[in-house]
Write a protein that binds this ligand. Sequence first.
Ligand code: AP5
Ligand code: MG
Length: 224
Amino acid sequence: MAINIILLGPPGAGKGTQARRLIEERGLVQLSTGDMLREARSSGTEMGQRVAEVMDRGELVTDDIVIGLIREKLGQGGEGFIFDGFPRTLPQADALQALMAEIGQRIDAVIEMRVDDAALVSRISGRFTCGNCGEVYHDVTKPTKRPGVCDVCGSADLRRRADDNEESLRTRLMEYYKKTSPLIGYYHCKGNLTPVDGLAEIDEVAAEIAGVLDRVRDRGFSPA
Ligand code: AP5
Ligand code: MG
């Protein structure tokens, strides 16, 4: 049974970190609109350039663009999808529901990762990522074992994101509270929202998410 989940949370909540664990442990496919948009910006196209300016300011890219990116990828789900950073607005949530219905699937769980603003600032300011394999690190909470070298693939291409500065983070947080946090009520009403304590250790958050997925799987196999 395919399981499709949404990781919902503010910038720095740990969506990407947990998505990578779920790929490895459950064979789910990660659909991160942030990663797709970063790929588009590095393509050097006119669209990529426009997207880069919006992202660097910390604002949201238009719904049409991100919905189009997700639509292109929905044919490729093996064990299911992890939507990371999508949807981020109510129109995106409605579009996702329609797209899932088109492929005969649905969203099984929405995991709301709760982290307070002070922790987000220190997480974002200490984050770096492997440019080769995408592994996410932190100067203090998750440093590489050998300085300057990715633990997973051995690459020395460790990068910091252009939007990980105080000014864009302030805008990203504001965008989250104004446009994305209404999705908490939206999915609560639909009955598939589960909050997790995103302030806990990475392994503990992963265990909480695993528990949610196990309950979804067991529910799927039990007689209705
Ligand atoms: P996106 O790339 O999605 O960024 P974001 O939502 O701001 O979230 P982040 O990637 O910054 O954080 P994360 O939750 O993945 O945390 P991570 O695991 O890295 O979007 C970027 C931009 O693209 C947007 O601003 C917008 O412009 C555009 N965009 C994207 N999607 C869009 C959409 N749908 N619509 C419109 N525009 C869109 O962790 C952060 C750090 O914390 C790491 O260093 C990590 O090691 C550390 N950490 C993680 N978990 C823990 C823990 N439990 N304890 C301690 N440290 C931890
Ligand atoms: Mg991320």
